[in-house]
Design a protein around this ligand. Sequence first.
Ligand code: CA
Ligand code: CA
Ligand code: CA
Length: 354
Amino acid sequence: MSTTRPFLCRLRQDKGSILLITFWALSFLSFFALIMGVTARQKMALADRLNQRANLRVIASAGIEKAVSVLKRPDMDQETDSFKEPWTGGFENVNLGGAVFNVSIVDEERKININTASQQLLKDFFKAALDCPDSDAEVMSSSIVDWRDEDPFSLAQGAEDAYYEGLENPYECKDAKFDVLDELLLVRGITATIYQDIKDHVTLYGNGAVNVNTASRVVLLSLGLDEGLAEKIIAFRRGEDALEGTWDDRYFTGVGSMGAQLTEAGSLEQKESAQLSNLAASGSAGVTSWNFFIRSRAGYEYKKGFVAIGCVFQRIPKEAELGYDGRLRYWRIEHGVEGELRSRDYGAERKAGI
Ligand SMILES: [Ca+2]
Ligand SMILES: [Ca+2]
Ligand SMILES: [Ca+2]
């Protein structure tokens, strides 16, 4: 008896220890499996998202390709560019690979080129776009000129190193042309709010001649035309149905013939005729567009993510035949979910931005 009892006790203790170890081992394995499961699910979700993004990127690129092929079509009049051309309006809700893409195309020549515009043109632009006091327009336009000119001498209301180096967070005046539109935010007098108000009317592309066939009311006013004449130009372009981008739209065949075309379509006052003569003499207007901002946005109908590509395409007429070649001058990719931009990558000529 005395030898059997301790043996039985030891056996019971060993069994208890084995059970305890087994219990802990099972618990650990279950926990490990749970962690593995969660990690695997996260990895699968990430892979799915990356896969989706890669697909959307290809689909958004297809939208850019489609826009470029339209812009290179050989059946377009190379002497004029207007809203009558097939690129106008872009493309809406194109289905591809289970997703949808939307493309907008805007010619850059409808805008004011901040690298080439004179101080007076910039001043008139600020007054037209912002309805601001003359003194504010003077400061912003002079400061843009000082920002891009190579000299260190400030215009009366402009700004060079002395101004920028006196700021709380000092920096130097660039003394070179704008590489990206965002640089405007560094120029004296241009706040984030003002930048938002003007960014769709300004460009870095083209030779500075604004296309009167596509320019907005604000840009037409900046060119020294009065409100009444700007309205007449827009009404002429829209045609009988008063809508832009429809079959009955009209266009100007040259800046010098605007007066005659407007007179034929209605009436033109003497002072308006004088404004058009000044415009033709200034060389700041034209009837053609060569640079186009294309934005292609792809997304799935029932999923939130999107990929958007923005680029500037410059078309170049072919030498021996009709139609165009071209080059991409700027490329930007954005991806995110609805209402929230997650990231932004740059490619192509990153410097020449919008
Ligand atoms: Ca300067
Ligand atoms: Ca200067
Ligand atoms: Ca129309």
